[in-house]
Design a protein around this ligand. Structure first.
Ligand code: CO8
Length: 260
C-alpha cells in the first residue's frame, strides 16, 4: 500500500494503522480510502490482531480532512459518490469486530475527524486540533460527521462545531466528550499502546461481543437493547473463554484466553 502503513505486534496482539501522506497532512484521497478499506479487511481476517490503533504519520496531523484538491474538480454526482464511498469505508472500520482506538496526534479535521469518530474512542495529543471546516469550503461533513458527532456530544454542541467551522483544542474536545483522554504529544502513542495491550489481554471474543452489544444495542430501543445484551451474554456461556476466565478466577491464576 502506498499511503497506509499497517504493522502488527504479534506478542501483544496490537496492530497499528498509520495514514502516511505527510506532504498533504495525511489528507484522504480516493487511493487512501481504498487502502484503508484493504487494511481493515487484513485486520479483520488476522486472528493475531486483537486491537487496532489508528493514527497519522508525522507530528503535525492525524488527518487534515478529505483531499480538497481532489474534491475541487468533482461534479455533483462525483461528490455524492465520494461521500458514500467514504461512509462505506469508515462504516467498515466502525463495524470491525475488534476494538479500534484513534490516537489523534495533530490536526483531525473534516474527514479526519470523521475517521477518528469511526473508531471506538479517541485519545488525543495536547497539541491536537479538531473540527469540521467544511462549511467554510462550501460543503458539509460528508463521511458521517453530522450524524456521528450529534449522537456523541448532543445536537447543540454538534451544531456549534459544524456551523462555526471552528477548530477546538484537545482540552475542549475532552470537556465535550469527543476524546477520552489528552496526553502530552510524546506520551500519546505509549499511552494508547499500553491501553491497547491491556484490552488485548482480555477475552477477544467477549470484547468483540461487548462492542457489538454497545454499537448495535444503541440502534435499538432500550428494551430490545437489553434483550440483545442478554442474548449475547447467554451465548458466551458456550465459549471456551468463559470457562477459562471463570476457572482462572476460582484457581487464583491468570486467565489464558483463546478467543473462542
Ligand atoms: N486536502 C489536500 N491537501 C491538504 C489538506 C487537505 N484537506 N490539508 C492540508 N493539505 C496540504 C496543503 O495544501 C499543503 O500542501 P502544499 O505544501 O503542497 O501547499 C500541505 O498539506 C501542508 O499544509 P499547510 O501548508 O496548509 O499547513 P499549515 O500548517 O499552514 O495549516 C491546516 C494546517 C490548518 C490544517 C491547513 O492545512 C488546512 O486548513 N487544511 C485544510 C483542512 C480542511 O479544511 N479539512 C477539511 C476538508 S473537507 C472534508 O474533509 C470533507 C469530508 C467529507 C467529504 C465528503 C465528500 C464530498
Amino acid at each position: 500500500m502506498e499511503h497506509i502503513i499497517l504493522t502488527t505486534d504479534e506478542q501483544s496482539g496490537v496492530a497499528e494503522l498509520t495514514v502516511n501522506r505527510p506532504q498533504a497532512l495525511n489528507a484522504l484521497n480516493l487511493t487512501v480510502l481504498e487502502e484503508l478499506e484493504q487494511a481493515v479487511q487484513v485486520v479483520a481476517a488476522d486472528a493475531a490482531v486483537k486491537v487496532l490503533i489508528v493514527t497519522g504519520s508525522g507530528d503535525k496531523a492525524f488527518v487534515a480532512g478529505a483531499d480538497i484538491r481532489q474534491m475541487q474538480a468533482m461534479d455533483s454526482c462525483q461528490g455524492h459518490q465520494f461521500a458514500r464511498r467514504g461512509q462505506q469505508v469508515l462504516g467498515r472500520l466502525s463495524a470491525l469486530g475488534k476494538p479500534v482506538i484513534a490516537a489523534v496526534n495533530g490536526f483531525a479535521l473534516g474527514g479526519g475527524l470523521e475517521l477518528a469518530l469511526a473508531c471506538d474512542f479517541i485519545y488525543a495529543a495536547a497539541t491536537a486540533r479538531l473540527g469540521f471546516p467544511e462549511v467554510g469550503l462550501g460543503i458539509i461533513p460528508g463521511f458521517g460527521g453530522t450524524q456521528k458527532l450529534a449522537r456523541l456530544i448532543g445536537v447543540a454542541r454538534a451544531r456549534e462545531l459544524v456551523f462555526s467551522a471552528a477548530m477546538i483544542d484537545a482540552e475542549q474536545a475532552l470537556a465535550w466528550g469527543i476524546v477520552n483522554k489528552v496526553c502530552p504529544a510524546d506520551e500519546l502513542l505509549p499511552a494508547v499502546r499500553q491501553l491497547a495491550g491491556r484490552i488485548a489481554a482480555n477475552s477477544s471474543l467477549a470484547v468483540g461481543y461487548a462492542k457489538d452489544a454497545i454499537n448495535n444495542g444503541l440502534e435499538m430501543d432500550s428494551d430490545n437493547g437489553l434483550r440483545y445484551e442478554a442474548a449475547l451474554f447467554g451465548v458466551l456461556f458456550s465459549s471456551a473463554d468463559q470457562k477459562e476466565g471463570m476457572s482462572a478466577f476460582s484457581e487464583k491464576r491468570q486467565a489464558c484466553f483463546c478467543g473462542r
